[in-house]
Design a protein around this ligand. Sequence first.
Ligand code: NDP
Length: 297
Amino acid sequence: MASAELIDGKAVAADLRSATAARVGGLYARHGIRPGLAVVLVGEDPASQVYVRNKHRQTEAAGMRSLEHKLPADTSEAALLDLVAQLNADPEVDGILVQLPLPRQIDAQKVIEAIDPAKDVDGFHPVNAGRLATGQPALVPCTPLGCLMLLDRTLGQNMAGRHAVVIGRSNIVGKPMGQLLLGRDCTVTIAHSRTKDLPEMVRTADIVVAAVGRPEMVRGFWIKPGATVIDVGINRLPPATEGGKDRLVGDVAFDEAKAVAAHITPVPGGVGPMTIACLLSNTLQAACARRGIDMTQ
Ligand code: NDP
């Protein structure tokens, strides 16, 4: 049986991190600037702690400053908004990331909207979402940006006119992914929980991006032969055998889809590693844009 080529997100992310580190080195050598990323973690969600630790390590490895702010779980919304205002005003801070989810007493949307759009390296502020939607330069959410980079590497100039089906319409992944694919001249369908005949629709897709949060929902028989499949899902399942380790699976039934698709991202090792690599590149972009420096030089 034919088998899809794996899209190696680990390798592409490593390339992006080293290109970013080289540009950070150039920025310091020419302008004496070391970009600073402030990461705010409220509470003790174990998954968030792991993400924040990885972000810290990779930010420093890229030659940037990592400024961590850890606040207790009972932090008030007002106190968090105060911290965001301080970071907005701090010239040493180029990027601000408030780790989601936030505890219940805090309105995440309010916090996102309080971040200076020029420092919004997560790309969640409505100004950046609007700039992306209107085709202007923007800070773009890291996960869909990473997916686009994987598609660019895999399909090159070959995306115009292709039908892309994005499953999921969140502000973090699905909607910006749709905008990015439109920017590559794809014909885009965004599906969600109320979409009718999803398998039929997916079968018409040349490019499938699954961002649902349901383990292995997208089955092999949904996939058009020769399609490119990007699996954003990260779902933790209990061990297959007693005493074994938790398993990470995507939103796509990988073994089935691999037998039909031309290209597919694995989970783990596909989209996941791209997210932090794009965060570093967004921080560099923000540091340069705020100072009117061309980051490609
Ligand atoms: P959300 O829960 O915010 O959105 C899920 C989307 O899937 C919603 O639009 C929902 O539709 C849709 N959906 C749910 N059930 C179905 C269904 N049965 N059929 C069709 N659509 C459905 O999730 P996120 O966008 O934040 O994340 C999606 C996945 O990506 C998760 O597994 C998450 O862990 C992963 N992720 C991975 C990242 C990475 O770094 N690789 C980063 C971010 C997320 P509706 O709007 O109608 O409810």
